[in-house]
Design a protein around this ligand. Structure first.
Ligand code: T1G
Length: 691
């Protein structure tokens, strides 16, 4: 048969093999759905065909529905109808899975009578991460196989599961050898047909959903247990309600309920934001002047200078990726403390069952510790993670220039400082780049890759690739104070500090920012990080609220008090001591006391960030507006269901943002002076998305 269609049809004896061929991920767009429908109907009508195998061409079975089709008029058969059609075929239909079967891809497999997979395959229903839910029967079929408890984890969590685990759950009927999935699936289909095995439809299975009927409280228990993780999101609750409906309603009614919930979510603001983020994350890898074909330098050995919190966390990223790391400190006790922290982190992870004990030893076995900088001479990538002081960094890079082998990439983890000034301390500025990790470095997904004026293209390409290799979202940024993320953060911190001097309580600022969707507000975050970063009693000038807090040893959570008072479990309570300190500083500075509404608090903290973003774009310090959104979602916890600061501002309308900036500029001056880019976009009735 012709291969021009997105489904190629072939025969193995009495088995029709239908191969999905819609690269790169066999997304189930209208053409592929129609292709599957036509091929299935031909195979069903052919009396010589005794069984059907559905298999993915290319690198996976299917990544699910075509996300780019959402919000557009549907053409061709809808996925739910296609799956009901597959399920109704009077011959065995076997899904043969390799790579990924996600979302509608797994739902398609669930509509088949049997599922065969190779052990390396991954299946899952990640729709919740797009602000939607499995809208092609997944919330009704999955609980009928694995039970409501497991279905809640899979659907509300959205994480992929390996084929072996899926087989243990009854989701996969047979595991095939990695190299012979097609042959194995054909043989499986032949056996099913020859043995006349029942063509059980998942919709008809009632045994597992009895759990939900017998224990209706399990749904509220799940809600309570996951409330923190689901805070602010709409899709998780809809997922739970659909699984609850699967246990309560007949299949068709459950399907109708699921459809109704899906249509509500897919047309909502949160899903639009989360789908935007899905594609924005993938855009970060696209660098206009660094072609994707740029050859990367080999990175097989990594050196890290500094075994403190950042150095240790950075090392863990590479150890997790199986790369040997040599870590250098100036004092043995600092090295021992750093190594101890790394081991403790791994052992804690193992204690939670997320790492086998033998994996801890494997990782630690890849780690070499030394006091000798010369030990880095064979490293392909050296990352400096020492104190945030330019002179110290320049001295280190000057030494590295002599020690490191030709072609080694020399990176600084600096979070603010000028990469060009650091590069100037070497004779190889083309090899110097910034790799700005976010604390805790082994947890936070964001990596700001800071290109210097003379950083070479292949070093940039290598850094972006290394970022992906260690599981980060790498965003390329330019040299300026604080790069992108921290430069924006400074805007919010300045306004938050001014608000409390005007009499707004720190806990009210934190409440507004937390209710907006960030994990914590500016003052709780400062207490967590420590108020004494860059502060010392010797250089202290006793001028700011932070100075006075530190003077009283109120340095944050670590000292049991900062802006808040903390109990032994680090539960925070507002502090009258802090209120008094703020009043003292405000009086000394003659700051007029004035209340601020929640809306004003939000605008004064967030609109200057948006304005700064426009300046960052004007200065070319970020490639695109969506990169900035990815920075704040993955580095600072901006709620993904709001799409990032730029997407959010576009949703408000830049005319409105400009109007408010001008109102605050009249009261507070240049801090709110609108950027020319923002003024221009607003005047044209455009948004950052139009850039
Ligand atoms: N639709 C459209 N395009 C997609 C896509 C999809 N589902 N998945 C990936 N792409 C594009 C992606 O943008 C990129 O494009 C290219 O394919 C390679 O992707 C009814 C409603 C499968 C784990 O959420 O998680 O089914 O940048 O770079 O790293 O219930 O893609 O090259 O132009 O990510 O190897 C649910 C989404 C959909 C899975 C592979 N499914 N995809 O990762 O490649 S909604 C998902 C992924 C749904 C039904 C519901 C990953 C991957 P470009 P990539 P990868």
């Amino acid at each position: 048969m012709t291969d021009a269609t997105p489904v190629s049809e072939s025969r193995e004896g009495a088995v029709a093999v239908l191969t999905l061929q819609s690269p790169p991920v066999n997304a189930l767009g209208s053409a592929l759905r129609e292709g599957i429908r036509a091929a299935i109907e031909r195979a069903e009508a052919d009396p010589a065909v005794k069984a059907i195998v559905l298999i993915g061409g290319g690198r996976m079975f299917s990544a699910g529905a075509d996300i780019t089709e959402f919000g557009k008029p549907q053409s061709g058969i809808g996925l739910p109808d296609l799956l009901n059609r597959i399920e109704a075929v009077g011959k065995p239909v076997v899904a043969a899975i390799h790579g990924n079967a996600l979302g509608g891809g797994l739902e398609t497999a669930l509509a088949c009578h049997y599922r065969v997979a190779v052990p390396s395959a991954k299946v899952g229903l990640p729709e919740v991460k797009l602000g939607i839910l499995p809208g092609a029967g997944g919330t009704q079929r999955l609980p009928r196989i694995v039970g409501p408890r497991k279905a809640l984890e899979v659907i509300v969590g959205g994480a992929p599961i390996g084929a072996k685990q899926a087989a243990a759950m009854g989701l996969i009927d047979d595991l095939a050898p990695e190299e012979s999935l097609r042959a194995h699936a054909v043989a499986f289909a032949e056996r099913v047909a020859a043995e006349g095995r029942p063509l059980t439809k998942i919709r008809d299975r009632e045994d597992r959903i009895a759990e939900g009927r017998d224990d209706p409280g399990l749904f509220d228990a799940f809600r309570t247990e996951n409330a923190r993780r689901m805070r602010g999101f709409e899709a998780p609750e809809a997922c739970i309600a659909c699984i609850e409906a699967a246990c309560r309603l007949p299949f068709e009614q459950g399907l109708a309920f699921e459809r109704e919930q899906f249509l509500t979510l897919v047309s909502g603001e949160q899903s639009a934001a989360q789908r935007y983020v899905f594609f924005a994350e993938r855009q970060t890898a696209k660098i206009p002047d660094v072609p994707e074909t740029t050859p990367a330098r080999p990175v097989a050995k990594v050196g890290i200078i500094g075994a403190g919190t950042m150095g240790g966390g950075i090392a863990m990223n590479f150890l997790n990726a199986g790369l040997p790391v040599t870590i250098v400190e100036t004092k043995r006790e600092a090295l021992d403390r750093g190594l101890g922290t790394i081991r403790t982190n791994y052992e804690n992870t193992a204690r939670k069952g997320r790492l086998r004990p033998e994996d801890v030893e494997t990782r630690m076995g890849l780690l070499t510790d030394t006091l000798d900088l010369d030990a880095l001479k064979d490293c392909d990538l050296i990352i400096e993670a020492v104190f945030e002081d330019m002179a110290i960094k320049q001295e280190i890079f000057s030494k590295l220039d002599r020690i490191a082998k030709p072609g080694a990439i020399l990176a600084s983890n600096t979070s603010y400082l000028d990469i060009d000034a650091i590069a100037a301390a070497t004779g190889r500025p083309g090899d110097v780049i910034g790799l700005h990790f976010f604390s805790p470095a082994n947890v936070m997904r964001l990596l700001e890759v800071v290109r210097g004026a003379r950083t070479s293209q292949d070093v940039i390409a290598t850094a972006m690739q290394v970022g992906r290799r260690i599981g980060k979202i790498a965003v390329l940024v330019g040299v300026c104070h604080g790069f992108v993320g921290n430069r924006m953060l400074a805007q919010r911190q300045r306004e938050a500090n001014r608000l409390i001097l005007e009499g707004v309580k720190p806990w009210d600022v934190d409440r507004v920012i937390h209710d907006f969707g960030l994990p914590m507000g500016p003052f709780a975050m400062s207490d967590l990080a420590g108020l004494d970063i860059g502060w010392s009693r010797e250089t202290n000038r006793s001028e700011t609220v932070r100075d006075l807090l530190c003077e009283q040893d109120r340095r944050g959570q670590k000292t049991g008090a900062g802006f808040y008072d903390y109990d032994a479990k680090r539960n925070a309570t507002p502090s009258p001591v802090t209120e008094e300190i703020i009043a003292t500083v405000a009086a000394r500075q003659g700051v007029a006391q004035k209340p601020a509404s929640d809306q004003e608090i939000l605008e004064r903290c967030l609109y200057p960030m948006v304005n700064e973003d426009a300046k960052i774009l004007e200065e070319g310090k970020a490639i695109r507006a969506s990169d900035i959104d990815i920075v704040w979602i993955n580095g600072y916890g901006w709620p993904v269901y709001r799409g990032g600061p730029m997407f959010w501002a576009d949703g408000i309308g830049l005319r409105r943002v400009l109007e408010r900036l001008r109102a605050y500029e009249a009261l507070y001056g240049d801090a709110f002076k609108p950027s020319p880019l923002l003024e221009r976009l607003a005047a044209d009735g455009k948004g950052f998305k139009d850039l």
